[in-house]
Design a protein around this ligand. Structure first.
Ligand SMILES: NC(=O)NCCC(=O)O
Length: 394
């Protein structure tokens, strides 16, 4: 590799494998393959005009006798920041509104019913700096801020549900939260969800800005299915995914911001496993590109002072309840992923595998209550492993 970021896992596979071998490799990695959507409009022109990676896939469920298919098209937008981090806050946010607004329009042309952007899509992921200004000025009201106002018009115009992960400034307390705002297809703010699990890893110094969320695990009932949002670091917590499932989610969006060298080998595992374990669709979305900040920072992890976060590797993808996933979007380009799915698959897979029947919630509820007590005694059997070696002065 010439030191340049590789385009995608798929492009690497396609360079090394041909035809049947390539199909077999993808079958082993991704499971039953999704079929490319045959769009009526000129997708290549959309991709060229916007300079984005546009991919569209469809997966069907079995036809039932007593229920019609519940076909929904979901969209994921991944994008780099548009302006420099040293530009004005309003200029940076407006440039992102303009860029993402064009991609939302393209998604509408491609028939998307529900769309989700990446985590904190209206700003650079500046939480690495631990600086309060100007970054906290990106925080805005979930219900009445400029971003929600901007998207409400688009949601109504395109008859589209929009999931907008932003930095929220609580209207009453003035506190800041990492929040996903859900706007329904009539332009109304349906509600919001605040990020449940806040990282303290690498340069992800988010706990400097906001606390763990206090909105629980809401599932939003929309005309295009029951949706929920698991924001980034929450993807590492299976109980977080579980609760959205217990609340009846059919699609869980995972808007994220994460970098190569930290999480890329986990990226294809966690949202995919959540879909399998909870019998719902997941949509993992990651931003792309590198973001450099004016002042050097360190994060107490031994790395020398630096001004950037590393490479946000995109690679957004969708997984069906049966564990079959789409290829990922580009690692290096802005992108729009369209996935057409039949929500009936959730119940069909649940009936086939039965995890909601076999998951033994009362057992684990009791065990978790015990394990969360300060005086918890781990259930261990057998001899203690003696780790202490004889030390000899040589
Ligand atoms: N935004 C965020 O929570 N990132 C934490 C790092 C990771 O989860 O990969």
């Amino acid at each position: 590799m010439s030191g340049k970021e590789s385009e995608s896992l798929e492009s690497l596979l396609e360079r090394g494998l041909q035809d049947l071998e390539l199909d077999e490799a993808k079958r082993i990695i991704y499971g039953r393959s999704w079929t490319k959507i045959k769009h009526s409009c000129d997708v290549d022109k959309i991709a060229a005009d916007l300079s984005i990676d546009v991919q569209g896939y469809t997966v069907g469920a079995r036809i039932e006798q007593t229920r019609s298919p519940r076909i929904v098209r979901i969209g994921a937008i991944q994008n780099a920041i548009v302006r420099k981090t040293t530009d004005g806050v309003d200029d940076q946010r407006n440039a992102l509104h303009d860029r993402v607004g064009k991609i939302i329009k393209a998604a509408a042309d491609l028939g998307v019913n529900v769309i989700c952007m990446q985590e904190a899509w209206t700003m650079p992921f500046a939480f690495c700096t631990r600086e309060k200004l100007p970054w906290t000025e990106f925080a805005e009201s979930a219900e009445n801020g400029p971003t929600t106002r901007f998207l409400q018009k688009l949601a109504l115009k395109h008859n589209m549900v929009i999931v907008s992960p932003i930095l929220e400034r609580d209207d009453v307390t003035g506190t800041i939260w990492n929040t996903a705002v859900i706007i329904d297809n009539h332009g109304a703010v349906l509600g919001k969800h605040r990020k449940n699990h806040i990282p303290r890893v690498g340069d992800f110094n988010e706990s400097t800005y906001y606390y763990e969320g206090n909105t629980g695990h809401p599932v939003f009932q929309t005309e295009f299915g029951r949706i929920a949002v698991n924001i980034c670091y929450g993807r590492h917590h299976p109980l977080n995914w579980l609760m959205f499932g217990l609340n009846g989610a059919e699609i869980v969006f995972n808007p994220s911001a994460t970098v190569s060298g930290l999480s890329e080998h986990l990226w294809g595992v966690e949202a995919r496993n959540a879909a399998i374990a909870n019998h719902y669709f997941t949509c993992a979305i990651n931003r792309v590109g590198a973001e450099s900040f004016p002042n050097e920072f360190t994060s107490g992890d031994g790395k020398p002072a630096h001004k950037d976060f590393g490479w946000f590797y995109g690679s957004s993808y969708v997984t069906a309840p049966d564990g079959c996933r789409t290829p990922g979007l580009s690692r290096v380009k802005d992108g729009l992923l369209v996935a057409e799915l039949d929500l009936n698959m959730c119940q069909q897979v649940q009936d086939t595998w039965g995890f909601k029947m076999t998951q033994r919630l009362p057992l684990y509820a009791n065990k978790l209550k015990e394990a969360s007590q300060l005086n918890y005694k781990p259930q261990r059997i057998g001899r203690n492993q003696t780790n202490d070696r004889e030390t000899t002065d040589e």
